[in-house]
Design a protein around this ligand. Structure first.
Ligand SMILES: Nc1ncnc2c1ncn2[C@@H]1O[C@H](COP(=O)(O)OP(=O)(O)OP(=O)(O)O)[C@@H](O)[C@H]1O
Length: 843
């Protein structure tokens, strides 16, 4: 007596044709060492032609490897051409790979794409609850619009292929389950021939099964990489664009989760509802951290989790559908209903038992970012730390952060214990028990078989009956095990989905911040009631100044110099006003020296002129940046990655230098002017690549900065204390040379010795310049540009234009020195008396 419908037809007859097709496809794919992309697939005419082309490519690669092994001068030479710009704006990157240079064409993401996508990325609000909720699906859809830009692109092709292998894998599992049953049946009924045939099929199935498993993993990684590449390109293009988003993001202006409007709402909620503080923390966690952590680790984790989730959810789901349908045929409607009941019960239990994995993943990413930043700081500022012998202190800081991280990870692990137990208990044990019960139905209740329409072959002998029952049991058992496994993976992917929600919020917050920064979108804040009425409120959402780029002069007309503040600080106080309103016009040849006490706002003027900081009101006019325009030399010398030549021509590339017809001989001449002519010979030539910031001394770094200035030959140069470590004689020569080649200098310095190279002098915050100003008329004076001020003030003097002004300037210098002397001479005399007394032995 047969107990199941299994197998109504014998295995090979039923499945042979489909298996042959599957094998043919698998073998065809197996033969491809690399998957051809959709476009190259179109180009393939015949398999033979494609194989010939592949062989030719391989031979060519070997030939190149022999001709240009790595580290040969030929490769070094090619490396200097790293970027080749194209009139369309695309660049060709030359990437060294396996002994040859491959060309990768990079087309910048069009501005319209960012414009179109902006609406998808409304910023995260403080108090927004994260997790697998409606907002998560919105965020995922927005990020996917970037990661998966086209339905017919490479990602879609990979996804299709991945799906094919997932289906194939499930189909093969069903075949294996049936074959398993058949082999055991033949074994029990001592059918040697059938047993051997079954074994043969077993090996035939093993090949595509193992290949399918490997391909699933391979394609999963490939999809993750394709997502990551798309997202990274998109983020790089918006992060490092002309709007200086990298600077603004670093300044903290892009962190939107603490936006004040939402903060007010948050405050209201906090009084009303417990737990909102935690929610605010979730959104802030998603937005916190440096760009490096977000763009590298968090992005990679997002892509890996997302790609894995497709397989981890898609495949078990498919498995469950197919296995359930297979089992349903054996178990009948009651059994099928039982299976579905158990699915529902499992989902309900696991939902109740799942901790907030998403929030935990977000917090983990944030703390990991902090730890990474700490380590980065030690690496970057190692010399300074070593001089202070600050290793122990840094160790303390790093260890504290690491402890925080390890404690948090430990909390996650602890939260996983009860979850894992529940999961195991429900899926492994409850499901198996239900499985046994369901399988026992046709055995113990043969009537049910008739009811369910299960066919019964009464011709079977008793032996055959046992063999058949064993076969059925083994097949069903295997199917149930696979079903349990699929269910486990599907439920497990619920945890992964929660974690994905955490990573999604991180990547989303980065993209939302960058879009907002790029569009200069800041929340509009109401003027805080606590602010005194005479104090201006500088809100990033209310910048009204005009900026005109492309003029042949530098002009600031009624421009306040204000340090911007974003987020909650910006809402509470607004930006910090350093200079109330500045009027400055620098025409060609008007070399201007800006002096003032530390922190008086000298560099800040350069930041406003360079558009790093906003022009809140008034008018700013300036030339274009770069060659023939304006060039900024910052206080801290910056040396880039690259060759010695790259240091002089930065930010140009070698290709750009060549395109302008500039030569190494010219660069040598420039190095002579900055007294660095010995460098190419000492360092082994222009192509030498080193960590230049560690190789060059402080003074050499600053002279390298001046070399850059001479290379770019701008009309105007803003020099911010960029020669403070250079000896005064060399400094003088460099200033004279700059003037002789037609550069108008706007120098920021505290060195009075530089006055002689300038013909105008802008003094900042000199309280004694106009001692007659009382505190009453000072307030009026603040509103009047070009008036000498006592605080937040400035005064512009022409040095060489008229002797009277020159005399005034000298008078002021004498006045200042007398003031210093009056205060300090008494102190010096006292000290002298003290020293003399000590020398006389204290008498
Ligand atoms: N991002 C910022 N946010 C808030 N305040 C800032 C910011 N950057 C600078 N400041 C403050 O603005 C003031 C002016 O800074 P700035 O760098 O312009 O001074 P400086 O006159 O160039 O000083 P120094 O001579 O020391 O270089 C300082 O008090 C500084 O702390």
């Amino acid at each position: 007596m047969s107990v199941t419908s299994l197998p109504s037809q014998s295995f090979p007859q039923a499945h042979r044709r489909r298996l042959y097709i599957l094998l043919a496809v698998a073998i065809a794919v197996l033969r491809t060492s690399q998957l051809p992309s959709a476009s190259s697939a179109r180009d393939v005419v015949t398999l033979k032609a494609w194989r010939d082309a592949r062989k030719a490519r391989f031979n060519e690669q070997r030939r190149r490897e022999r001709e240009t092994p790595l580290n040969t001068p030929a490769l070094e030479k090619k490396l200097v051409d790293l970027y080749i710009t194209d009139p369309s704006g695309s660049r060709t990157l030359l990437i060294p790979h396996r002994g040859r240079i491959s060309k990768v064409r990079i087309t910048p993401t069009p501005a319209e794409t960012y414009e179109a996508n902006r609406a998808l990325f409304p910023p995260l609000k403080a108090g927004e609850k994260l997790g697998v909720n409606k907002r998560f699906w919105q965020m995922l859809r927005a990020v996917l619009a970037v990661a998966f830009p086209s339905k017919t692109g490479k990602e879609a092709f990979l996804l299709l292929l991945h799906t094919f292998f997932l289906v194939a894998r499930t189909y093969l599992s069903v075949l294996v389950a049936r074959l398993d049953g058949r082999i055991v049946r033949d074994l029990v009924s001592a059918n040697g021939k059938g047993f051997l045939r079954g074994l043969g099929w077993w090996f035939v199935l093993a090949l595509p099964s193992t290949y399918t498993n490997s391909m699933i993993r391979y394609l999963e990684h490939k999809i993750a990489l394709a997502f990551r590449t798309n997202l990274t390109r998109y983020i790089h293009d918006i992060y490092l664009n002309q709007n200086l988003n990298y600077y603004k993001f670093g300044l903290g202006l892009g962190v939107t989760a603490n936006s004040p409007t939402t903060k007010v709402a948050d405050g209201e909620k906090q009084t009303g509802r417990k737990g909102d503080q935690k929610e605010k923390g979730e959104a802030a966690d998603a937005a916190a951290g440096g760009a490096d952590q977000l763009i590298t680790t968090d992005l990679a984790r997002f892509c890996e989790t997302l790609a894995a989730l497709y397989g981890n959810m898609g495949k078990p789901f498919l498995d469950m559908v197919i296995f359930t349908s297979q089992l349903a045929a054996s178990l009948g409607p009651a059994g099928t209903a039982g299976i579905f009941l158990q699915y529902y019960f499992t989902a309900w239990v696991l939902k109740k038992a799942t901790p907030a994995f998403g929030r935990m993943a977000t917090t983990e990413a944030r703390i990991e970012g902090e730890y990474r930043t700490g380590l980065g700081r030690v690496g970057r500022d190692s010399e300074e730390i070593a001089f202070y012998d600050g290793g122990k202190r840094e160790l303390g800081i790093l260890w504290t952060t690491y402890q925080k991280l390890s404690k948090h990870i430990h909390t996650i692990f602890k939260a996983r214990i009860p979850y894992g137990m529940t999961e195991d208990f429900v899926i492994k044990y409850c499901w198996s028990a239900v499985g046994y019960c369901l399988m026992s139905i046709p055995v113990f209740f043969p009537v049910a078989r008739h009811v369910t329409g299960v066919s019964e072959n009464t011709k079977h002998s008793e032996d055959n009956d046992i063999a058949s029952r064993t076969e059925s049991y083994v097949s069903n058992r295997r199917l149930l095990l696979s079903l349990g496994d699929a269910g486990g993976r599907l439920m497990y992917s619920g945890k992964e989905l929660a974690e994905l929600s955490g990573y999604t919020s991180r990547v989303y917050s980065l993209l939302a911040s960058l879009h907002a920064l790029d569009n200069n979108d800041y929340p509009k804040n109401p003027r805080p009631a606590s602010l005194p009425p005479n104090m201006p409120f500088y809100d990033l959402g209310n910048v009204r100044g005009s900026v005109v780029v492309g003029r042949n002069h530098v002009l600031l007309k009624g421009v306040p110099i204000v340090a911007p503040a974003g987020g909650a600080a910006g809402a509470e106080r607004g930006g910090e006003e350093l200079i109330h309103r500045l009027d400055l016009r620098v025409e060609k040849g008007e070399h201007t020296l800006i002096t003032g006490a530390n922190g008086s706002g000298k560099t800040s003027i350069a930041r406003v002129v360079g558009e790093l900081w906003p022009t809140w009101s008034g008018l700013l006019e300036r030339p274009e940046q770069g060659e023939g325009g304006i060039f900024f030399l910052p206080q801290k010398a910056y040396l880039s990655i690259g060759s010695l030549r790259d240091q002089v021509i930065y930010p140009h590339t070698y290709a750009e230098m060549k395109a302008r017809g500039r030569t190494d001989a010219e660069l040598m001449n420039i190095l002579e002017h900055v007294h660095l002519a010995y460098l190419p010979a000492r360092e082994g030539g222009w192509e030498t690549r080193k960590e230049w910031k560690d190789v060059l001394s402080g003074g050499e770094k600053q002279r390298m900065g001046m070399a850059r200035l001479f290379y770019h030959r701008p009309k105007f140069a803003v020099l911010d204390e960029c020669t403070s470590a250079v000896s005064t004689d060399v400094e003088g020569l460099m200033y004279e040379h700059a003037k002789s080649i037609g550069i108008t200098l706007i120098t920021i310095s505290t060195r009075a010795s530089l006055l002689k190279y300038h013909n105008r002098h802008l003094r900042l915050g000199e309280p004694t310049l106009a001692p007659s100003l009382s505190s009453v008329n000072l307030r009026d004076a603040i509103g009047t540009p070009s008036t000498p001020l006592a605080s937040q003030g400035w005064q512009l003097t022409k040095l060489a234009s008229s002797t009277a002004e020159e005399k005034l300037e000298v008078d002021k210098e004498i006045e200042r020195l007398e003031r210093v002397l009056n205060v300090e001479v008494d102190l010096w005399e006292q000290r002298l008396k003290q020293v003399n007394k000590e020398l006389r032995g204290g008498q």
